[in-house]
Design a protein around this ligand. Structure first.
Ligand code: PLZ
Length: 444
């Protein structure tokens, strides 16, 4: 049983945002670049488990986990202990100058728990974007090819290469180009919007045909795919799609990179979302977000021959895998190993899907409920059609925020609400949050 230092209850005691948040927001507008967004300008003072507390004393149920980062729960005791100890021992050397054990231990744990029973290596970085950049770097070095294929509705980051890999121009890329060359978008398997009955292998054939004709298999270094698309709205490809892509890639010497930045590290009820299709084994996996309980860390893990393709010194960075973040990650990974975390994600899936399926029968604006584990979303449509309904999402998100529930939107058309709760959330708290959502639906 987890002991919580903050009562796991929703409590609203001021207007949202409250007076102290408003004051901070005024300071922010003068001090912080306006290019940095804010979904809800409440300023958070502390958090524990699945509850965040703002500067006005409001307690919110967190259904976002900072976009899937504090999966282990806010201020997890194991992470606090590991970080507190490490910060007094050693905070930095730069691993490529003088190494330390924690970095090695994270790599060992990732090599053990990522899909594939081949020999593996890992390298650590700071952000998801940086992990994706490095996975692509290594795939190019290994294959001696330049082209990369990515998927419609995908998201991979905010650096120049990863902006080129994102599907949406707004808000990620618009005006920030030109972007890195050598990136081609191909059709994703999107069961809710594909022609009725299109199977996974058929959707894969469509994508493969596109890559073959547009890029040429012999020019392709890597296919980069999120096994469940995150920002795209938790799109789960039809069964067989990932396997058929990977089989084609293998036959043509193309590296398969699973971007598990959002879906990985226990979020979906498996260590990695790729495992839901056991015949799909990516060559490389990119990892970030949930790996270190809120500390800054990312990784690339995969086939030793690809990971070792770089000359020594070709991969690195000043802060990547710093001792404090690495110590936090060791704690998170060992807690998952110890059991209970994956089961929690599976429990949350049941609770969410049962309740949301009920709502879907009552409210025709719910087009689809989908996802895996504690990564579940609702796609909203105009009733009786498949037209995206962003208005409903905007209203519902605002309603939830006003009533003490933090939810995030997603989707190419912003017509998706996604749930990424900390995995320690109780069914009781989750149901309380869903009551708020339901009241919002009734009021639409
Ligand atoms: N790959 C699959 O989901 C980050 C973006 C938040 P970084 N998604 C959240 C925002 O608006 O900036 C993400 C992802 C997938 C890569 C990334 C990038 O990870 O750590 O944000 O660089």
């Amino acid at each position: 049983m987890v002991e919580f230092s903050i009562a796991q209850e929703r409590k609203i005691v001021s207007a949202i945002p409250g007076p102290k948040s408003k004051e901070l927001q005024a300071r922010r507008l003068k001090a912080v670049s306006h290019g940095v967004g804010a979904a809800l300008p409440i300023y958070i003072e502390k958090a524990n488990g699945a509850i965040v507390v703002d500067v006005d004393g409001n307690h919110f149920i967190d259904l976002g986990s900072g976009i899937g980062v504090v999966s282990i729960g806010h201020t997890n005791q194991g992470v606090i202990d590991a970080v507190s100890h490490q910060v007094g021992q050693l905070t930095h050397t730069l691993f490529t100058v003088t190494p330390y054990e924690q970095y090695v231990e994270v790599c060992e744990l990732l090599n053990k728990h990522t899909p594939g029973d081949f020999e593996k290596r890992s390298a650590l970085f700071n952000s998801g974007s940086e992990a994706v950049e490095n996975a692509v770097k290594l795939a190019r070095k290994f294959t001696k090819r330049g082209e990369i294929a990515v998927f419609d509705h995908g998201y991979h980051g905010r650096t120049n290469l990863t902006m080129a890999m994102n599907f949406k121009a707004m808000p990620y890329g618009s005006g920030f180009g030109p972007f890195a060359p050598g990136v081609t978008h191909v059709p994703m398997s999107y069961p809710f919007r594909d022609p009725e009955g299109l199977t996974g292998p058929e959707a894969a054939a469509r994508a493969i045909n596109y890559m073959d004709k547009r890029i040429g298999a012999e020019n392709l270094a890597a296919i980069v795919i999120e096994p469940i698309q995150g920002e795209g709205g938790f799109i789960v490809p039809a069964p067989g799609f990932l396997t058929e892509l990977a089989n084609w890639a293998k036959a043509n010497g193309i590296v398969v990179i699973a971007d598990e930045v959002q879906a990985g590290i226990a979020r979906t009820g498996q260590w990695f979302a790729s495992e839901y299709e056991p015949t799909f084994v990516p060559d490389l996996v990119t990892i970030a977000k949930g790996i270190a309980g809120g500390m800054v860390l990312s990784a690339v893990t995969g086939r030793a021959d690809i990971m070792d393709a770089s000359h020594p010194g070709g991969i690195g960075g000043t802060f990547g895998g710093n001792p404090v973040s690495a110590a936090a990650a060791v704690s998170v990974l060992k807690q998952i190993e110890a059991g209970g975390v994956l089961e929690n994600a599976q429990r949350i899936e049941k609770t969410l899907k049962t309740r949301l399926a009920e709502l879907a029968t009552k409210y025709p604006v719910i087009g689809e409920v989908r996802g895996r584990g504690a990564m579940v979303a609702i796609e909203f449509v105009e009733a009786g059609t498949r037209n995206p309904n962003k208005t409903a999402v905007d209203k519902l998100v605002a309603h939830c925020h006003q009533n003490g529930v933090l939810v995030l939107n997603a989707g190419t058309h912003y017509n998706v609400i996604r749930f990424l709760p900390p995995l320690v959330i109780s069914d009781e708290l989750l149901n309380d949050a869903l009551d708020v959502l339901e009241a919002g639906l009734a009021a639409l």
